[in-house]
Design a protein around this ligand. Structure first.
Ligand code: S3P
Length: 747
């Protein structure tokens, strides 16, 4: 609820009693008054000076002689005293508290508040709602109170099972109207999370400052203690009474985190004593990555979760041009594989041109979670300190793979053969995608893997299995399945071979060879023998042809366009987009063809050309499997009919790409004929403006941005945050060449 809404209607409460006018109690009283959330705010505080200061400075309307007086007639009572004083306050007010009053608190531990309420009242009544605003500063007392203290901060409420719904809703509204984001969680969970994120850090700050103050040359230390020391220990100036209460009331949860921390600190101590730079580098680079993804991580589990926590909308104006000379980011498929093989290799692998998109970063993070030291990425440069085929360590929690099907399927192969158990999870889209296609053949090799309902993630892989090579004829043309089995095959006894029904991308085979691992290759079959080793290599990752595809189509459909795309990978298993566009009449030239790191690359020049509709050859489908969303846009802009068939795999990509594209085109006034395995598009229809839902699919979002070049009106494309999975600087490059695309973001 916006604050203005609250001000303009009835106040949420008649009389609010705030017991304890410290920083938090005083700030809440002030925020309630400033935002008109109650008719009257009355304060009580055992310290007469704080109380009269509160009255004088307008923090409260009325100063009560006692807590019991304050709560008389109050419909909201807020206990804001140090947590260990709560129980005696509750006893003082028990007989004066109205039965209809909502009773809440602001303490940093919630189990202790609930226990105090139970001791005083016998049970947790329906209107008792423990609360905790995660706000404050090292300053204390009513003089430090600020009406805006809670703005853009979280307030956690921990209602019990019998909580009165209306009371909860009003308390929520009150906090929201003070600018806070309100979360709900069980009491025990709150206390665990806060022990880790707040209580232990305070303990460490208090302890470190105290230790250094006790050193003989403490004057020198404090004289030169600037920067890091000051930042790190700011919270050691917090209120000692309040914090002593916190530790005594949340002792169990704090001790658990503290023991874990002490053990980790001991290990670092040991590493320094042993001059073990590898361990230091591993822990520090893992922590640096975790800190950089701070807002996106969840405590206790894999380091990075839920990478896309914002809502992103593209707003695209019609028209625009396509001119210039650009390089799109590194190939996603090759980036994933470079991390995987680099981690398992012996020696240090250096990578250039690594895609710093969320998908490949999830793979990188997962290897960090398994103990691999990885430096970077820094402008596409990554250095991996390989641990060898058997050097991975068990991760502390599930490996979170974001939006990436490639990561999950390739990981399942290489993790099936490790000595430890793993669980693989992903975001909403990945959690809907089929995983039995890898789990079933891996089981034939002896792996123990559980998929969730319907063969979907999470995958639970039981380690310690002996794998045996198989000969597998894939039922679908999938490079992910092929790669998964080849990776498992590196660990299996004997030969593992995979036969594909049609050629699919062969980056795994090429890169294995680049790392010195023999791969027997026949036209439709790739074969490895287990038990070998990988040797570190240098990898130059070409620009991703799947990202270049958006600009190939953009230039092809825009009169006057002339664009150079540099250093694009043109591996023949990926060039379906060029072949199909050329069949449609596109003008694409391959310049300066060369080889980079075992992959063919070229600069592509593309100019406008009138396109015509075609029957897309079925053998091109696996070679352009990721490019169909934007090819559908080309088909709409072409003259005549385009028919796609044999493409049922599109239905199980990041979204059902046939249906989602058809729905998006329909929203722009273009009707198509959807088939189970493809689509028929009559070219030449007018693309109108409208609102398109990308269903969180990066390639759908980018395809509709390209459509704007030939649209008649503005296009709004919703749910575009996942563009960052494969093409983080798409918007900047699109703007650079002349597309009129703007971004709106909301948390
Ligand atoms: C990929 C293979 C393809 C492709 C995906 C990346 C890979 O998936 O769609 O974006 O890196 O191996 P399938 O193998 O499932 O077709």
């Amino acid at each position: 609820m916006k604050r203005a809404d609250v001000v303009s209607c009835q106040p949420l409460f008649q009389r609010v009693a705030v017991i304890g006018l410290g920083l938090i109690g005083g700030s809440l009283a002030l925020a309630i008054r400033s935002n008109g959330l109650a008719r009257q705010v009355v304060g009580a505080d055992a310290r007469a000076s704080e109380l009269s200061l509160g009255l004088q400075s307008g923090v409260i309307d009325e100063a009560a002689a006692s807590a019991a007086d304050a709560v008389k007639g109050a419909d909201l009572v807020v206990i804001a005293v140090p947590v260990r004083a709560t129980e005696s306050v509750l006893r003082d007010i028990a007989s004066s508290l109205s039965p209809d009053a909502v009773l809440t608190d602001v303490g940093s531990t919630k189990g202790s508040f609930v226990a105090a309420v139970q001791r005083v009242f016998g049970s947790l009544g329906p209107r008792v709602i423990p609360g905790h605003p995660i706000a404050g500063s090292e300053r204390s007392g009513v003089a430090a109170a600020r009406a805006d203290l809670f703005e853009r901060h979280k307030t956690i409420l921990t209602p019990g099972p019998a909580c009165d719904v209306d009371s909860l809703a009003r308390l929520r509204q009150l906090w929201q109207a003070c600018g806070a984001e309100v979360l709900e969680m069980p009491v025990a969970h709150h206390d665990e999370v806060l022990a880790a994120t707040s209580h232990v850090p305070h303990l460490i700050a208090f302890s470190l400052v105290d230790t250094l103050a006790g050193e003989d040359d403490n004057k020198e230390i404090f004289r030169y203690a600037a920067g890091g020391f000051r930042d790190f220990t700011r919270i050691a100036a917090s209120d000692p009474v309040m914090w002593h209460d916190v530790f005594l009331t949340n002792a169990d949860a704090v001790l658990r985190v503290l023991d874990h921390f002490s053990a980790d600190l001991d290990r670092l101590r040991q590493a320094i004593a042993n001059r073990d730079g590898q361990t230091l580098l591993r822990v520090f680079s893992r922590a640096k990555a975790a800190r950089e993804h701070f807002s996106k991580m969840l405590s206790g589990q894999a380091y990075v979760i839920n990478m896309t926590n914002k809502t992103v909308t593209f707003k695209v104006r019609p028209g625009g041009q396509v001119q210039g000379d650009i390089r799109v980011p590194g190939d996603k498929s090759i980036s994933h594989r470079s991390i995987m093989l680099g981690a398992l290799a012996e020696g240090v692998t250096e990578i250039e041109g690594f895609l710093e998109g969320e998908d490949s970063l999830a793979t990188l993070q997962a290897f960090r979670d398994m103990g691999v030291v990885i430096e970077g990425p820094e402008k596409g440069f990554v250095r991996i300190h390989g641990v060898g085929m058997h050097g991975l360590q068990p991760p502390r929690g599930p490996l979170y793979l974001g939006n990436s099907g490639t990561a999950m399927r390739l990981f399942s192969g290489l993790l099936a053969a490790q000595a430890f158990d793993t669980e693989l999870t992903g975001d909403e889209s990945l959690s809907r995608r089929p995983m039995e296609r890898v789990a079933a053949p891996l089981r034939l090799m002896g792996a123990v893997i559980e998929t969730a309902e319907g063969g979907r993630p999470p995958l639970r892989i039981q380690g310690g299995q002996t794998l045996t090579g198989i000969h597998y004829a894939m039922p679908m043309a999938s490079a992910q399945v092929k790669s998964c089995l080849l990776l498992a095959g590196l660990y299996a006894q004997g030969e593992t071979s995979v036969t594909e029904p049609a050629p699919t991308r062969d980056h795994t085979e090429r890169m294995l060879q680049g790392f010195g691992y023999a791969v027997k290759r026949e036209p439709a079959t790739a074969c490895v023998t287990g038990g070998g080793k990988l040797t570190a290599a240098h990898i130059d990752i070409p620009a991703d042809i799947s990202s270049a595809a958006f600009f190939l189509v953009a230039a092809s459909i825009t009169p006057g366009a002339d664009l150079i795309l540099r250093h694009v990978g043109i591996n023949p298993t990926r060039t379906g987009i060029i072949n199909i566009l050329r069949l449609m009449g596109a003008n694409i030239e391959l310049l300066n063809e060369r080889e980079a790191g075992g992959e063919p690359v070229a600069d592509l020049r593309v100019r406008y050309s009138a396109l015509k509709g075609i029957d897309i050859p079925v053998d091109q489908v696996p070679l352009a499997i990721d490019e169909f969303p934007v090819l559908f846009i080309a088909a709409v802009c072409a003259e005549g009919r385009t028919v796609l068939s044999g493409a049922e795999e599109l239905r199980v990509k990041e979204s059902d790409r046939i249906q989602v594209m058809a729905d998006g085109l329909a929203a722009l006034g273009v009707q198509t004929d959807v088939r189970p395995d493809g689509i028929v598009i009559e070219g030449g229809a007018t693309l109108g403006g409208g609102v398109v839902d990308s269903h969180g699919d990066h390639r759908i979002a980018m395809a509709f941005a390209v459509a704007s070049l030939r649209a008649q009106g503005d296009i709004e494309i919703r749910d575009c945050a996942n563009v960052a999975t494969s093409f983080p600087n798409f918007v900047a490059l699109a703007q650079q060449v002349g597309l009129q695309v703007a971004v709106e973001e909301a948390s």
